[in-house]
Ligand binder design. Structure first.
Ligand SMILES: *Cc1c(COP(=O)(O)O)cnc(C)c1O
Length: 380
């Protein structure tokens, strides 16, 4: 389908072309010097001393759980209003998830009170997700984690370049997990990054990323080593030089592109019909504005709204169908769950197009069609 306004679009140009060609011509494709450069540049962005790239954020989340010793018998508190990978990563380890609610219709991030209410003697960690790039209440969550001796993993898939109190999101907890999937703010196709302040955790993550092996193929190619030992049950979660090269170029564009995203969201706030709730009004911190969620008012049919938008060439989405409502999760975690805000928001959220290369015409067209879609979706 050719959309007049797609949900997201890449900001790629000859810089990305040339970066990929340079890797191809170098004839070294697997994790090496280009990846090291990308990790270095990501350290500059986040202020995190250890940045380790992997081939997607789902793997990053899984490795984070493994590195923190999460396993069978443990519980991890996660939001239900997130992408399913946030919870799947926990289940891969044999641990189970407990779902916490979000704060309010204006703040779609995990609620510190709900975290508190879901703590049990088995709770080992909390995974927070900075929805749409807006910070969770990290000071409150850090305090809860400290009191109960729990780890914090940040699902930072939405928020490269976002900060709270001047500190990068993804660097508040024990481990941050970023995604560079095609539709994310920094896009490499598939790709991800782990960040941590801890030398010890970084060393463990590095081993786990590559089979638990003590040296890399690149080290042997570079003449630094002949052999290796295997000291842990690791995985192959490595990125490659082609995608790292894309990451380096995308990172250069990120600050300006995030700024452009914030400007577009400000425009939406000023011009969309007042009946719509546009979450994160007055939210603290500097957002990465990854997506543009709106909440339909009561008495509107969401499918009718999305159909009207589609008929007019505008792509919309839903972030997210809550995880506890999926068949697999319903069967495995039947509840009862106390997630009233998640359920209400999950039923009336629509995500509007948002990407830095949106034209003024596309933005104006969106502002023209949304009020009509709203009218057309009113239940009689
Ligand atoms: C995209 C996304 C992921 C998964 O990232 P991949 O890199 O595709 O594995 C995890 N959590 C959230 C919130 C996401 O948006």
């Amino acid at each position: 389908m050719i959309w007049k306004v797609p949900l997201a679009d890449l900001d790629y140009d000859t810089n990305e072309d040339n970066a990929v060609l340079a890797v191809l011509h170098s004839k070294w494709l697997t994790m090496g010097a280009v990846t090291a450069q990308f990790e270095h540049d990501f350290s500059q962005l986040t202020g995190s001393p250890h940045c380790l790239s992997v081939s997607n954020a789902t793997e990053a989340l899984h490795l984070a759980c493994v590195a923190l010793g999460i396993g069978p018998g443990d519980e991890v508190i996660v939001p239900s209003l997130t992408f399913v990978a946030t919870a799947n990563a926990v289940l891969y380890t044999g641990a189970s998830v407990v779902f916490a609610d979000i704060t309010s219709p204006n703040d779609l991030t995990i609620s510190p009170q709900s975290i508190q209410a879901n703590i049990s003697p088995r709770t080992k960690a909390i995974i927070v997700m900075h929805y749409a790039g807006y910070p969770c209440d990290m000071p409150a969550i850090l305090e809860i984690a400290r009191q109960h001796n729990m780890h914090i993993i940040e699902d930072a898939a939405h928020c490269p370049g976002a900060t709270l109190q001047g500190k990068a999101l993804g660097t508040w907890g024990d481990i941050g997990c970023f995604s560079f999937f095609s539709n994310k703010n920094l896009a490499t196709g598939e790709g991800g990054m782990l960040t941590t302040h801890s030398d010890e955790i970084a060393a463990r993550l590095k081993l786990l990323r590559s089979h638990g092996m003590t040296t890399l193929t690149y080290d042997r190619h570079a003449g630094h080593a002949y052999t290796y030992d295997v000291v842990d049950l690791g995985y192959n979660y490595r990125i490659d030089e082609i995608r790292a090269a894309l990451g380096i170029e995308q990172l250069k564009k990120l600050p300006a592109n995030n700024q452009r995203r914030r400007e577009i969201v400000a425009h939406y706030r000023a011009h969309l019909p007042a009946e719509l709730t546009i979450p994160f009004d007055g939210h603290p911190g500097i957002t990465a504005a990854h997506i543009a969620p709106i909440l339909l008012p009561a008495g509107h049919n969401r499918t009718a709204f999305q159909d009207y938008m589609k008929e007019h060439g505008i792509q919309t989405s839903i972030h997210y169908p809550p995880i506890h409502t999926f068949s697999y999760y319903k069967e495995r975690f039947p509840g009862p769950h106390h997630l009233p805000v998640t359920e209400s928001v999950g039923a009336r959220e629509v995500t509007l197009p948002l990407f830095p290369t949106m034209t003024e015409e596309q933005i104006d067209y969106l502002m023209e069609i949304v009020p009509l879609a709203l009218k057309a979706s009113k239940s009689s």
